[in-house]
Design a protein around this ligand. Structure first.
Ligand code: DX5
Ligand code: ZN
Length: 237
């Protein structure tokens, strides 16, 4: 059984109050968030429009927490230097949105950021096979991207097991660490199963920002994660 890396909780600003984003960031980090998940939508790759590098740059002075930029845009490459300059720490993108996935991953690292690849519910994990050495993060979408507040797609659990196995195999062969993040419909009542399936980073938007007490929700999420660890141990996974 492999022990999972410590869990990171990444609240998605998509469900925050857009009129008070700076305060929202400060409050959610004070409440125990590890990363800030920053959803970038272009009304082209996904049917919604959110925020760009200027908003990221404006938020940067409000926190020391890593900013985890999730690009749902097509094309990808021009936004990479812009977000690196805006203070992003992690930049991930969808392989379908880039003509040259290997080049885009290299571009992200060349700009001093960690690089991630995002898998839509129907996107096969095979996209990671030939670029493992360029990855710092794999992000599995557990909803179709574009909106907050959707329900977790249960098949993601099987896909998570498979992604965990691929990452573990890579690391056993001496490969670098690769985080495994899940995004969409993550709540206090399903996070144990998601952890047990092998995730180590958890995006949660409406679960956190929809509630009056962020610290309480984050504590509840961590409790679920601890239960997931126990389930893994019990099942010998
Ligand atoms: C969806 C976004 C998610 C979204 C998650 O396209 O990538 O990050 O904010 O929101 P919840 O947690 O509400 O499903
Ligand atoms: Zn996201």
């Amino acid at each position: 059984m492999t022990e999972l890396p410590p869990a990171r909780i990444a609240p998605s600003l998509l469900s925050a109050d857009f009129a008070r984003l700076g305060e929202e960031v400060t409050q959610v980090v004070a409440a125990g968030a590890d990363w800030i998940h920053f959803d970038v939508m272009d009304n082209h790759f996904v049917p919604n429009l959110t925020m760009g590098p200027m908003v990221c740059a404006a938020l940067r002075p409000h926190t020391q927490a890593p900013i985890d930029v999730h690009l749902m845009v097509e094309p990808v490459d021009a936004l990479v230097p812009a977000f690196a300059k805006a203070g992003a720490n992690i930049i991930s993108f969808h392989p379908e949105a880039s003509r040259h996935v290997d080049r885009t991953l290299a571009l992200i690292r060349d700009h001093g950021c960690q690089a991630g690849l995002v898998f839509n519910p129907a996107t096969p994990l095979d996209w990671m096979d030939h670029v493992l050495q360029r990855l710092d993060l794999v992000l599995l979408m557990s909803v179709n991207p574009g909106f907050g507040g959707q329900s977790f797609i249960p098949h993601t659990l099987a896909k998570l097991h498979e992604a965990r196995a691929r990452i573990d195999r890579w690391q056993e062969q001496g490969g670098q660490a690769i985080a495994l993040e899940v995004d969409g419909g993550v709540k206090t009542d399903n996070i144990a199963a998601i952890r047990a399936a092998g995730a180590d980073a958890f995006v949660a938007g409406s679960a956190i920002f929809g509630q009056p007490d962020y610290a309480r929700v984050i504590a509840g999420l961590r409790q679920g994660i601890a239960q997931g660890d126990q389930q893994r141990q019990a099942s010998g996974n």
